[in-house]
Design a protein around this ligand. Structure first.
Ligand code: CAO
Length: 445
């Protein structure tokens, strides 16, 4: 026959009137010795009260929010036959975990000392965390969770810093860990951040919709290039703090000059486009503004300044976007750049680009001017720190010397990495570029 035991809060050091933040058992539940019963949380530590014996919970005498001290009655336990009963049970040593941003005072430490506090592990993307996180011996600081929840998370390899909290005082409860695991396992590959990106996000997966319920559909596989570039674009978009600065350049004179040169160069097999002038102007501006011709070093605490100027140009192909690179643009003339541009874009469209043709870029240009649009926000091609978007030039009335005159205006959109380039430098760069393009003589100097 079962004996009934009063289970009371054991010696918890100097802690008094500690709020109950979680009750981990229910009436009628079968528990084993050492199973966690309730969790207490002071502003210094989280304390878990374990079962002194195995048995069945007869009644629970506390609720979440109650304040308890050593000797407070927690629950009545029908203990298994043979176990000691009658005397108030002093549970086995409690487990104490440092609360976020606080150390456990030495006097409060139980016989089993609190584990050393260590900084949180680098966050892993949801799917990767499940697969590769090592069970951590020490708690992840900065999250509220009871020792049992921490243990549960460790067993599953879940990084608690990635888990959303639904418990009181932003506390992670067991159900939060369970739903995190369920979400990670059911997330479609495209919904998860790129592997290895180390992104600090814990977002729910995109909704999976059966579109055929609403009308006829067709499924088109992504091209090989789209599959390769998609995760990189996604990583760059979410991991680089982009700022996009817009400007408009008066290219009336440049266009007049281009038209004069066009026929002569055509005879030499060169198609002189506005883009060739843009590449040249960008190369000049990169020389003037070295932080634009740079990449963040691994670790992000220094800049690698490049002494060469290689400019990538986005080329639209039937299979997707590729970015071949024109080397040493600062040392080449506009016609030479135009020639290379034509041969690289032809090679891109005929799928004849070599991997080396797309490597080593310092800065990219994405020109949609031949298509249309007034402005857009290009995504930086990491590890570069800036990209220039070019939209369609149109003739517009511009107020010059007291009168409106028709001028050919070219819209530019410069996105830069705000960790590397501040707003003033960004505005100076595009203004400098504007000056070079609006007075073509400066460009040819
Ligand atoms: N404003 C107005 N007209 C422009 C222009 C501009 N900014 N830029 C080009 N044009 C005109 C050209 O003069 C040309 O006119 P003609 O046919 O009368 O000579 C026409 O548009 C087509 O130019 P083009 O595209 O053949 O040549 P380009 O040197 O300007 O561009 C290339 C070459 C390879 C960059 C371009 O063909 C291309 O692929 N652009 C798309 C890039 C892209 O997709 N970027 C998006 C990246 S983000 O997804």
């Amino acid at each position: 026959m079962a004996n009934t035991m009063e289970v009371k809060v054991p010696d918890i050091g100097d802690f008094k009137d500690v709020p109950v933040v979680e009750i981990m058992v229910s009436v009628g539940a079968r528990i084993e010795k050492e199973d966690p019963l309730i969790s207490l949380e002071s502003d210094k530590a989280t304390i878990e009260v374990p079962a002194p014996a195995g048995g069945t919970v007869k009644s629970i005498e506390v609720k979440v929010g109650d304040k308890v001290s050593q000797g407070s009655l927690v629950l009545m336990l029908d203990v298994d036959e043979g176990a000691a009963a009658g005397t108030p049970a002093s549970a086995a040593p409690v487990a104490v975990t440092a609360a976020p941003a606080a150390a456990v005072p030495a006097a409060a430490q139980p016989s089993a000392p609190a584990p050393a506090v260590q900084p949180p592990a680098a966050p892993l993307p949801a799917a990767a965390a499940i697969a590769v996180a090592e069970p951590a011996a020490a708690p992840v600081v900065g999250v509220h969770a009871s020792p049992s929840v921490r243990r549960f998370a460790r067993e599953l390899g879940v990084d608690l810093s990635q888990v959303g909290a639904s418990g009181p005082k932003a506390r992670i409860v067991k159900e939060d860990v369970q739903s995190f695991v369920k979400r990670a396992l059911s997330a479609p590959p495209m919904a998860a951040p790129a592997r290895g990106a180390g992104l600090p996000f814990d977002l729910p997966p995109l909704p999976q919709v059966d579109f055929s319920k609403f009308g006829p559909v067709e499924t088109l596989p992504l091209s090989r290039i789209q599959k390769l570039s998609g995760p990189n674009l996604h990583r760059n978009w979410v991991s680089i703090p982009h700022v996009t600065q817009f400007d408009e350049v008066d290219i009336t004179d440049l266009e007049a000059f281009r038209k004069v040169q066009l026929e002569a160069l055509k005879k030499q097999g060169v198609r002189l486009t506005v883009l060739a002038f843009l590449v040249k102007a960008v190369a000049r501006a990169l020389r003037e503004f070295p932080t634009f011709n740079a990449s963040l070093a691994p670790g992000g605490d220094s800049l690698v300044l490049k002494k060469y100027v290689h400019v990538g140009v986005a080329v639209d192909t039937p299979d997707g976007l590729v970015v071949p690179v024109i080397r040493d643009c600062d040392r080449k003339g506009v016609s030479e750049i135009a020639r290379e541009l034509a041969s690289l874009s032809e090679a891109a469209r005929e799928k004849k680009l070599k991997p080396t043709d797309m490597q080593g870029g310092c800065f990219s240009i994405s020109s949609l001017g031949g298509i249309g649009g007034t402005a857009f926000t290009p995504i930086i091609n990491a590890p570069e720190v800036a990209i220039l978007g070019v939209s369609k030039a149109t003739i517009r009335p511009v107020y010059v010397d007291g009168a409106f005159v028709p001028r050919l205006m070219l819209p530019l959109s410069l996105s830069y990495d705000h960790r590397v380039v501040d707003g003033a430098t960004g505005a100076r760069f595009i203004t400098h570029l504007n000056g070079l393009l609006s007075d073509v003589r400066r460009l040819l100097l």
